[in-house]
Design a protein around this ligand. Structure first.
Ligand SMILES: C[S@@+](CC[C@H](N)C(=O)[O-])C[C@H]1O[C@@H](n2cnc3c(N)ncnc32)[C@H](O)[C@@H]1O
Length: 335
């Protein structure tokens, strides 16, 4: 638990987390068991390899999240740093920079952040980032003034990458917890803002996902939802029978109109479409920090409008929505 303790300590001073803190800690204790998951000791050994005590300048509000030590470290320290960071590959989310080492991740997350950052005011908000990856967006939320970010992701590598980076950033108001949304206490209305990006299309039940998010928000809480969409009207949805862009765990790709309707049915209001954009090759690509395959390999080389399976190419929508204020009753058909 040690890596998560400073964050829990930080939340313990915030009244709106009084009820949720203890079950949240128990949920982490239940899954963070090195003897049950070999990835925990494997990746945490890298995190624990060095004890970086250097002071430096942290930038959380620039496209490249960075740390620059005041005293430039010796060459062998830089070489150890690069070796450690490489041992934590693949780096899907970023970019980050620690001293001279630039982690040019597979995804240029700064491009998605630029599309959503003006959708709401993060100042003094307590945020939950569901399916956060290594915490790139969570750190950008802090850079935008959030009071805290509870980032959750069941991937041990994501947790380890965050913890390694946070040895430099040294933030107590943000962490990546090794949890799926289903692990978080169900009715826990503690957060002012929820972010769910790149998760809904992986869920077999989109309504359970949306309802579960609503239950995490305080009355009047805000949601940023990003997911894959297709063209069409309120009755259009693609459910790929097999793979979609090589992913074998994709379920529902609605049209934007249907996604808005799902949000209303799930009990959200004030719905706005923030952006709709096709993922380009400069946003998701192979780099030295992500080996194997990337977007280029998932698209039809002969037809730029199709994935390799013949589906429409990945297009992502970002929507903003609000949980109603406490005194509003939900219409009966809602969840
Ligand atoms: C496509 S990535 C999106 C990452 C990031 N939110 C983004 O937009 O770039 C989906 C992430 O969701 C995580 N994930 C999968 N199932 C989840 C669940 N049930 N609850 C929370 N996160 C989940 C995965 O481990 C993965 O890191």
């Amino acid at each position: 638990m040690t890596g998560f303790e400073p964050f829990f300590q930080y939340l313990s001073g915030v009244e709106q987390f009084n009820a949720v803190l203890s079950p949240l800690k128990q949920a982490v204790e239940a899954v963070w068991q090195p003897r049950l998951n070999g990835n925990i000791p494997k990746f945490m050994a890298v995190v624990d390899r060095h004890n970086f005590a250097s002071q430096g300048e942290v930038q959380l509000h620039q496209p490249v999240i960075s740390f620059h030590a005041i005293d430039l470290p010796a060459d062998d320290a830089t070489s150890n740093l690069r070796t450690d960071l490489k041992a934590l590959m693949p780096w899907r989310k970023g970019p980050f920079q620690i001293n001279d080492v630039v982690i040019d991740s597979e995804w240029r997350c700064d491009m998605k952040w630029a599309r959503l950052e003006n959708a709401l005011d993060f100042t003094n908000k307590h945020v939950i980032d569901i399916g956060s990856g290594n915490g790139y967006y969570a750190l950008r939320c802090i850079g935008a003034g959030a009071a805290s970010v509870t980032a959750i992701d069941p991937s041990v590598l994501s947790v380890a990458q965050f913890q390694y980076l946070n040895r430099f950033f040294n933030r107590q108001d943000v962490t990546v917890l090794p949890l799926a949304l289903e692990d978080v206490p169900y009715k826990a209305p503690a957060w002012d803002v929820a972010i769910s990006m790149g998760v809904l299309y992986h869920r077999k039940s989109p309504f359970e996902h949306l309802e579960s998010i609503r239950e995490k928000l305080v009355p009047g809480g805000e949601l940023i939802l990003e997911t894959l969409v297709v063209e069409g009207d309120i009755n259009s949805v693609l459910v790929p029978e097999n793979r979609y862009a090589m992913m074998n765990n994709v379920y529902f790709l609605p049209s934007v109109a249907l996604l808005e309707s799902w949000l209303r049915k799930a009990g959200f209001e004030s719905i706005e479409v923030v952006s709709v954009s096709t993922t380009e090759r400069d946003e998701q690509r192979l780099t030295e920090w992500k080996a194997g395959t990337s977007l280029d390999d998932y698209l039809d080389p002969n037809d730029p409008t199709k994935t390799i399976e013949g589906h429409p190419i990945p297009t992502r929508a970002i929507l903003y929505a609000k949980k109603p204020d406490a005194d509003k009753r939900l219409p009966r058909y809602q969840l």
